[in-house]
Design a protein around this ligand. Structure first.
Ligand code: MD3
Ligand code: FE
Length: 215
């Protein structure tokens, strides 16, 4: 695994991160042209916003969601909601190109029949970060999480099952797809503060889609 902030991924390689986790380098590249307009439609219906954490902090990452359940945060906690709290209507449906990509990636990593009911969309700008956390708001942790990276490169940090376990770093580049399942599903992970290295297509931002089975 390489730490390359500016280069492109070695498309077609699988970087193993654990017994049931890995990164399919460049796996989403053939779908980018279809993903971006679908993303623009979602943004029009449910724009990116900065949510407040239960601790009272404003997240530096802006987010939106599509499909039945959307991940939300406010002073009362983290939860999945059927409606976008910014207007009270359902989240936009998941575009077919999103679902097909997530299912193909899950299958390529050994998880057949992945049926996500949630897709969290994170937007990072220079300086945005995601502190070390576990994804534990999903009821059924036997399903994997599939993540698609677009735009600027990020330094992704992942550790073990305790916050204090040793952490490892890898870059997530435009087109990379990570799949986390099985015993790796509850690993601590996060994203270091984003460095401004504008991407040719997306400029000074990074978009990350995480597909989950939340209910
Ligand atoms: C490892 N997002 O939204 S994606 C998140 O790049 C989140 O936006 C990061 O962590 C991002 O919760 C990381 C890769 C990822 C997603 C879920 C995981 C890695 C994971 C769940 C368990 C272990
Ligand atoms: Fe996470």
């Amino acid at each position: 695994m390489t730490l390359d902030l500016f280069g492109a991924s070695d498309t077609g390689t699988y970087d193993r991160m654990g017994s049931a986790a890995g990164i399919l380098r460049g796996f989403a590249l053939p779908d980018v042209d279809a993903l971006l307009p679908a993303l623009a439609d979602i943004q029009a219906a449910s724009p990116f916003r900065h949510m407040i954490t239960p601790g009272g902090f404003t997240m530096s990452v802006a987010l939106s969601n599509c499909e039945t359940l959307g991940w939300t945060s406010d002073r009362f906690g983290y939860r999945y909601s059927r409606v976008d709290p910014s207007h009270g209507r359902p989240w936009p449906a998941m575009p077919a190109v999103f679902l097909r990509l997530a299912q193909r990636a899950a299958a390529a990593a050994g998880f057949d029949g992945f049926a996500p009911d949630a897709c969290l969309i994170n937007r990072y700008v220079p300086g945005s970060r995601l502190s070390l956390h576990q994804d534990k708001n999903e009821v059924d942790s036997s399903a994997p999480i599939v993540s698609v990276s677009l735009g600027m490169a990020a330094v992704f940090v992942f550790g073990g099952h305790a916050r204090t376990d040793k952490c490892f770093r890898t870059s997530l580049l435009h087109g990379d797809v990570a799949v986390w399942g099985g015993e790796d599903r509850m690993r601590y992970h996060g994203v270091l503060p984003m460095v401004d290295a504008p991407h040719p297509l997306l400029g000074s931002q990074r978009i990350n889609l995480t597909f989950r089975k939340a209910a």
